[in-house]
Design a binder for this molecule. Sequence first.
Ligand SMILES: Cc1cc2nc3c(=O)[nH]c(=O)nc-3n(C[C@H](O)[C@H](O)[C@H](O)COP(=O)(O)OP(=O)(O)OC[C@H]3O[C@@H](n4cnc5c(N)ncnc54)[C@H](O)[C@@H]3O)c2cc1C
Length: 443
Amino acid sequence: MKRRRPRIVIVGAGFAGYECARTLSRQAKGAAEIVLINPNDYFLYVPLLPEVAAGILEPRRISVSLTATLPGVRLVLGEVHDVDFDARRVDYTDPEDRGGSLSYDRLVLTVGSVNKLLPIPGVAEHAHGFRGMPEALYLRDHITRQIEMAGAADDPAERAARTTFVVVGAGYTGTEVTAQGVRFTDSLVRQNTGLRDGPRPRWLLLDLADRLLPELDERLSGTADRVLRARGVEIRTRTSVKEATADGVLLDDGEFIGTRSLIWCVGVRPDPLVEAVGLPTDKGRLCVDAYLGVPGRPEVFACGDATAVPDLTRPGETTPMTAQHAQRQGKVAAHNVAASCGQGTPRAYEHHDLGFMVDLGGVQAAANPLHVPLSGPLAGAITRGYHLLAMPGNRIRVATDWFLDAVLPRQGVQLGLVRSWSVPLDTETPEVARVPNDTPGRS
Ligand SMILES: Cc1cc2nc3c(=O)[nH]c(=O)nc-3n(C[C@H](O)[C@H](O)[C@H](O)COP(=O)(O)OP(=O)(O)OC[C@H]3O[C@@H](n4cnc5c(N)ncnc54)[C@H](O)[C@@H]3O)c2cc1C
């Protein structure tokens, strides 16, 4: 009788899940059934998301097709909401709201992270998060709309508020969004008769820490600080938001800033599924051993942002939430899953950080590849080259968009495809219970 192939179910197709599926499909060569469950049919190259929000890259450039690039992997569109570890089964909801379940012989959980929300009045209602494609597209339209409406406004206060953008959180996300955002609004204003001769749009970047990029090397902070200030960004360190309203934000030093654009980049937390499955966690991240196995469940593995992976290069600590780690962990998880099925031997995850790159738009970047600090056009070129190499597909399309952006004016048009109710900042608030920010109703 023919023996049934073991079924390996991978939940989440981000950096960790995609790499795990890709490695397993190459290694297993049909000896195992590999199933990938993800809400979307693409792998999102998140580090270039700010370039989508700033109108440089078209959204599909950084969305790599899962079915086209992962031959031998079965894609199931859906969102897992429960795991029965004793029955070895995951339950999910598909995009048409139908329930489904899948049994597994091996399970890999790579569900990543979501926006972190702080209990500050008005933030859940009035701030825009920045973690996925819908948010980037919504933000691109929102910024475009604010500039266009400012150009038509007679009231100077309204015009000032619509051309003021407040970004909270000066980690790499907030810093990149601000750096790209200033260049985007400058280019929109140049094309707008009502604003062309007025003051430049105002961008503020806030953080509670005493420097930009507080989690990275100080030399990268210095470069980013210099570049952003030269573009006119007001950098407010040791500052946060006390309250957000429809008309602006009240800072904790008592100043009120009139704005219609509060962009929330205060960091991320593990995906809510981690809490839902009820396994032991460390600061909200799922606990695993150095082999990326869940203790007491030899058939379950986990890695990436959602997981507290012991950092063998810094004993006592866990690996940071970065793509650099998530991708490499995905590969090790694949090896260890195969080893648990009798193919090869398990290996512990160990990776020395290779440095970080922060794209500041134009030809500017702050980078420390292999811990050599770089700035200016050389850093910019290395950063773009790195992204092209790291992307699993669409490289020519991305490079073409970069070339077009260098030689043509930015296209400032709204598409209106993503409505504010569909990009809630608070992932735990049911979307139907939310008050729409700026839409009269669902359409
Ligand atoms: C703007 C921005 C810029 C960044 N730049 C860099 C950078 O330059 N370098 C770097 O190293 N890191 C960077 N990061 C961090 C990096 O993107 C993350 O560390 C990385 O994406 C983590 O990979 P992951 O696979 O763990 O999770 P993710 O990439 O978040 O993927 C998780 C996947 O799981 C899916 N999922 C979630 N819940 C479920 C569920 N219940 N059922 C099924 N599927 C589910 C999600 O839809 C997603 O596809 C950046 C992050 C942001 C937001």
